[in-house]
Design a protein around this ligand. Sequence first.
Ligand code: SF4
Ligand code: SF4
Ligand code: SF4
Length: 246
Amino acid sequence: MKIGVFKFSSCDGCQLAFFDIAPEIINSEYIEISYFLEATSFNIYDRFDVAFVEGSISTREEEERIKDIRDRSKIVVAIGACAVSGGIQSARNFGNFEEIYSFTYRENYFKDINPLSKPISDFVSVDYTVRGCPVNAEEIIEIITSLLLNKTPHINESPVCIECKRKSIPCLLVMGSPCLGPITVDGCGALCPSLNRGCYGCFGPIKGANFESLRDLFKERGFNFEELIKTGFNAYNPYFRGVIWR
Ligand code: SF4
Ligand code: SF4
Ligand code: SF4
């Protein structure tokens, strides 16, 4: 299986998941990493069985490049909140782009930057998504091994709350702190609640979650539901766009 790992607008953190699973990949006779700029100088940009894509689409050059990668790849996997939702850089999507840009860069540094930071699914079809900021390396392994075995990968869709219950973590929301766990897909093992911190939704929304109920509860407790989502990694997730930012 020929794999390519690609970077767009992002921090490189999700690509590091491949370093976590490097022994499994490098020792497998069934896997060939043909393109991975972060990891090697020996890259062949040709055809790929699976393209793993990190990062959001933020420039016109990136729009063209993601389409070219799609054309060359049988399967495209979006990895991480940047690729799946637009990432933390999509915070600019909710403000005045010119103001934000001139405040951040004092000259015309990026010549072809787009006003909006968008997920790759806004430009090409995506076969699988691995969520998180950064992703859980085990979910990358699940995708790779499932594709090698010609079976559908199991992608978790249960909320962070389920993991809290499994681990007997006291509920922060019940105790009076804001937590997006009920509407956020688990993949981190309830990392933040286990450290006495509310979930801020880095793995992104669960489709069909009861947003209204959590919004009402936040309001009752004096927390700002929209603000917590808007300042997060998944604010521009296509599902939030349809449900919260209508
Ligand atoms: S999702 Fe998070 S860790 Fe991954 S590239 Fe984006 S900012 Fe970095
Ligand atoms: S702490 Fe958060 S994630 Fe855990 S059960 Fe309570 S609401 Fe759910
Ligand atoms: S608890 Fe929420 S914010 Fe924390 S790592 Fe997990 S999904 Fe991300």
